[in-house]
Design a protein around this ligand. Structure first.
Ligand code: 5RP
Length: 261
């Protein structure tokens, strides 16, 4: 579905608001990364500060940690928390089997570790991220810096025989320099166009020495909340399937939905 930027921002807000229903007092909550997750963190901060909601958050990136700290959300580390009740995070693409591509913001490694240590992973998204087949969004793969060129060649060999629609591999850049993750690794973006067998590809990538993790999240999301600009949210659940749409109350003030707000 094609959406205007403001509608997409409204959709993200609606999904973030719907995710608040998964948060109960006393919970340990994984806090995702990206613009959609930031809207959730902001709304959560409102509940903590204005309504005394008692939760503790575990951020999935330095970016989210800084945002949550600025909102006075109590934070801890994953190691301190041990196990989380729920993680709420965004995605770059999702399909109706709840497979995801993540890592557009470069935080896929901590995001995957935190989501894996949670009872529930709730994904929040606007409608533009829903696809029939994953792969239009380039698949991020986090790699060790040592020998990254050799790792990239091994990935290229794997892709030759893989069930995908494209083979191009690009080093993620930040200006003139390679992008460096919070864990001091590089990211290779795989332009695959179509990923025919996500689970198989995820497993194959993870077997390559030098690959730390891929942005393929297979059988990890429990629920995907898809927000629409008119305030409707569509829920897909791993156990209950397509749960249809319902309305979420959202403010009329469009300034709330401006990117980065
Ligand atoms: C960061 C991620 C994000 O969840 C993903 O990129 C979606 O971001 P946004 O909500 O800004 O579209 O995986 O690593």
């Amino acid at each position: 579905m094609t959406e205007s930027p403001i509608n997409s921002e409204r959709g993200k807000y609606v999904a973030a608001k719907a995710a608040l229903e998964f948060i109960k007092p006393g919970m340990k909550v994984g806090l995702g990364t990206g613009s959609t997750a930031a809207k959730f963190v902001q709304l959560l901060g409102g509940l903590v500060n204005n309504e005394g909601l008692d939760i503790v958050g575990v951020p999935t990136s330095s970016q989210t940690r800084d945002l949550a700290a600025s909102l006075n959300i109590p934070l801890t580390t994953l190691d301190e928390a041990g196990w989380l009740d729920v993680t709420v995070d965004g995605a770059d693409e999702f399909d109706t089997k709840l497979n995801l591509i993540k890592g557009g913001g470069g935080a896929l490694l901590q995001e995957k570790i935190v989501a894996s240590a949670s009872d529930q992973m709730v994904v929040i998204s606007d409608a533009s991220k829903q696809v029939t087949t994953l792969g239009a969004f380039p698949l991020p793969v986090e790699v060790i810096r040592f020998g990254w060129g050799t790792t990239a060649k091994t990935i290229a060999e794997l892709l030759e025989a893989a069930n995908v629609g494209g083979h191009e591999i690009r080093m993620r850049m930040q200006g003139e320099q390679p992008f460096i993750t919070d864990e001091q690794h590089f990211i290779l973006d795989l332009h695959l166009k179509r990923i025919g067998a996500p689970r198989q590809l995820a497993n194959q990538l993870n077997r390559i020495p030098g690959v730390v993790e891929s942005g393929l999240f297979v059988v990890m999301a429990d629920t995907v909340l898809v927000g629409h600009e008119d305030g409707m949210v569509h829920t897909y659940d791993r156990d209950q399937g397509d749960m249809g749409t319902r309305a979420i109350r959202i403010p009329d003030d469009d300034s709330l939905y401006v990117p980065g707000a």
